[in-house]
Ligand binder design. Structure first.
Ligand SMILES: Nc1ncnc2c1ncn2[C@@H]1O[C@H](COP(=O)(O)OP(=O)(O)OP(=O)(O)O)[C@@H](O)[C@H]1O
Ligand SMILES: O=P(O)(O)OC[C@H]1O[C@](O)(CO)[C@@H](O)[C@@H]1O
Ligand SMILES: [Mg+2]
Length: 564
């Protein structure tokens, strides 16, 4: 089987070159062909694609969301039948002579009895599992798990852990499992906690973490390390990593955090440091691309039931009672959708992905009136990011951002409450509305049992990957743990597809109107088509592979968005 490890050609556009020089980008990444990755799944060769062989590089870059700077770090191998391995960076890419050691797990009393404990180097996880007879095999990610040989001796490891972004159930479990996993599986005893997010790398003391000090933390919500938004200064962070001799960095956080982890990873490589960076994706909103589901999501959906139940009780106990619950979900309405589907008491669910309107025929207010007349009560669940365009139009406020540059949202729950009250006042129809905002309550709790197990597996994948010399994000793809390139999880956002069966199921369960005009539906379908046809980053270097493998971006099955 033929395979090639593709490095993108230097872009000889003068303007681009000047920009790169100004930004002090890693010259190595563009000008030197790295040695063959140590663990390519089959006999592989590195191939430099000349600019002539792909004249449309700039167009491709524009069409995909991968910048040229990112493309320089992309490792693509191609095989038969449209097989594409989207591999992750490895220490040996730039430190070819780094020594390796036998994995200490082979002598571990608990693990040594496991048959086939080490991951076969040929094992990869397909992004697309639903195939047709003539489908191309498409994109694959490297299987997570322990390798026969590791790139760090146990005594040599100096690991650190940081949590960034908003809270999420399970953060403490991941911290605990990283510390215990490193210690118990790999005999590592130098583990540090960075306090209060990225800025803690350069502005706070590091905490010493031991299995004893983290033993009970999974029973608490939040993060014992503290977290923050903003404060990502790549150079200062890497200076500190270098000064303190840290060689494994475990970074827990959402899409912003993973972007930061990627910047750190690139800076480390630019300086030629022997440091692995492992990203553990965290987001209560479940908006991280590629992975099936993020940890803490199930816990959040479960906790949201308590708020929905209260809203239902309040609504049922009043004449024309309305219970309105706001749940988190800045750009993605997964929590609202799943909490609604699980509850069965909800009459209307509003999410950012599905536009709605208030007034007139078929609008939300008319639907509420109809529902109250039919059943005398009603429960509405709204994701915090829903209807932001409507509020902005009616309140004319200026846009504000948090320290990380995320847009600060206006309170859709409060706005809807006023609008609904005003409507029924004019109609002279008696009603009561109770607005419940449990948003912080659903993310400040400890993770439930299944999320706890999930956190353990993610942490172990991260540890095995870092020990083996990889730098990447870990996550479940189609139920299998995989190592995913940073750029993959940060270049798009996971969103509820309103053209999928899951959203149709929700509409049929609540019996709400879709509020969509034919134009909205066409636009949603167009977006799906665009996503499906978008060429896969630099893989487009070979067009037939590109066309085939990217059709799974839209159809990749994920347990929260997949079709069943
Ligand atoms: N493009 C980026 N490059 C480097 N660092 C970034 C980038 N975007 C965000 N960060 C940093 O990542 C950290 C977390 O980002 P952010 O506040 O957006 O939360 P998040 O990781 O997306 O999690 P959440 O799910 O809570 O939104 C911040 O310290 C921020 O400075
Ligand atoms: O108020 P904070 O801490 O910035 O977090 C709010 C945001 O964090 C999230 O929970 C994502 O982590 C969003 O749903 C929400 O908009
Ligand atoms: Mg985010």
């Amino acid at each position: 089987m033929e395979s090639s490890h593709i490095i993108l050609p230097p872009d000889d556009d003068e303007e681009e070159q000047r920009r790169r020089e100004e930004e002090d980008e890693d010259p190595w990444a563009r000008s030197v062909l790295p040695p063959a990755a140590p663990e390519l799944p089959f006999s592989a060769s590195c191939v430099r694609i000349s600019r002539d062989s792909y004249p449309n590089l700039r167009a491709l870059r524009n069409a995909s969301s991968v910048s040229l700077a990112d493309a320089a770090y992309v490792k693509i191998s191609e095989g038969d039948f449209g097989y594409v391995l989207d591999d992750v960076p490895h220490l040996a890419d730039y430190l070819p002579d780094a020594p390796t050691y036998p994995n200490p797990l082979q002598d571990h009393p608990a693990y040594s009895t496991v048959r086939q404990y080490f991951v076969n180097e040929d094992d990869n996880v397909p992004q697309k599992v639903v195939v047709q007879k003539n489908s191309r095999r498409g994109i694959h990610f490297r299987c997570a798990g322990p390798r026969q040989r590791v790139y760090f001796g146990s005594d040599e490891v100096k690991a650190c852990i940081v949590t960034c972004g908003g809270l999420c159930p399970g953060l403490n479990t991941v911290i605990r499992e990283l510390v215990c996993g490193l210690s118990h599986m790999y005999n590592v005893n130098k583990i540090y906690g960075i306090q209060n997010g990225y800025k803690g790398f350069y502005s706070s003391n590091y905490l010493t973490l031991t299995p004893k000090s983290v033993n009970d933390i999974h029973k608490r919500g939040g993060t014992i390390l503290g977290t923050s938004r903003g404060g990502h200064d790549t150079k200062k962070i890497v200076d500190n990593i270098q000064d303190r001799g840290i060689n494994q960095v475990y970074i827990i956080g959402g899409d912003g955090t993973q972007k930061g982890a990627y910047e750190i990873c690139k800076e480390i490589r630019k300086r030629g440091l022997k440091v692995s960076v492992a990203g553990i994706p965290k987001t209560i909103d479940n908006d991280i691309a590629i992975i099936d589901k993020s940890f803490g999501f199930d816990t959040a959906v479960e906790e949201a039931q308590r708020a929905i139940n209260s809203a239902h009780v309040e609504a049922c106990s009043a004449e024309n009672g309305i219970g309105l619950v706001k749940l988190m979900g800045r750009y993605s309405g997964f929590i609202a959708m799943y909490a609604t589907l699980a509850s069965r008491d909800v009459d209307c669910c509003l999410i950012p992905e599905s536009p709605f309107y208030m007034d007139g025929e078929g609008g939300l207010l008319q639907y509420i009136e109809k529902r109250l007349k039919e059943s005398k009560h009603m429960v509405i669940v709204v994701a915090e990011g829903a209807g932001q365009d409507l509020i902005a139009k009616s309140l004319a406020t200026s846009e504000q951002q948090d320290a990380s540059g995320n847009k600060l949202l206006l309170d859709i729950g409060l706005w809807l409450t006023h609008k609904i009250k005003d409507y029924f006042k004019i109609k002279k129809m008696e009603m009561t509305i109770k607005y419940i905002d449990p948003t912080y309550m659903i993310r400040a709790i400890p993770s439930n049992a299944s999320d706890n197990v999930y956190c353990t597996l993610l942490s172990h994948s991260a540890i095995h990957g870092a020990m083996a010399g990889y730098s990447c994000t870990v996550g479940i793809v189609n139920g299998r743990h995989a190592y995913i390139p940073f750029y993959r999880v940060t270049s798009t956002r996971n969103k509820v597809k309103i053209t999928d069966r899951m959203w149709a199921r929700l509409l049929s369960s609540t019996n709400q109107p879709s509020f969509l005009s034919p134009k909205d539906i066409d636009e949603a379908k167009e977006t799906d088509d665009r996503m499906a046809n978008r060429p896969p980053l630099p893989t487009g270097i070979s067009h037939h592979h590109a066309a085939s493998s990217f059709d799974q971006t839209a159809s990749s099955s994920s347990s929260t968005n997949g079709e069943t």
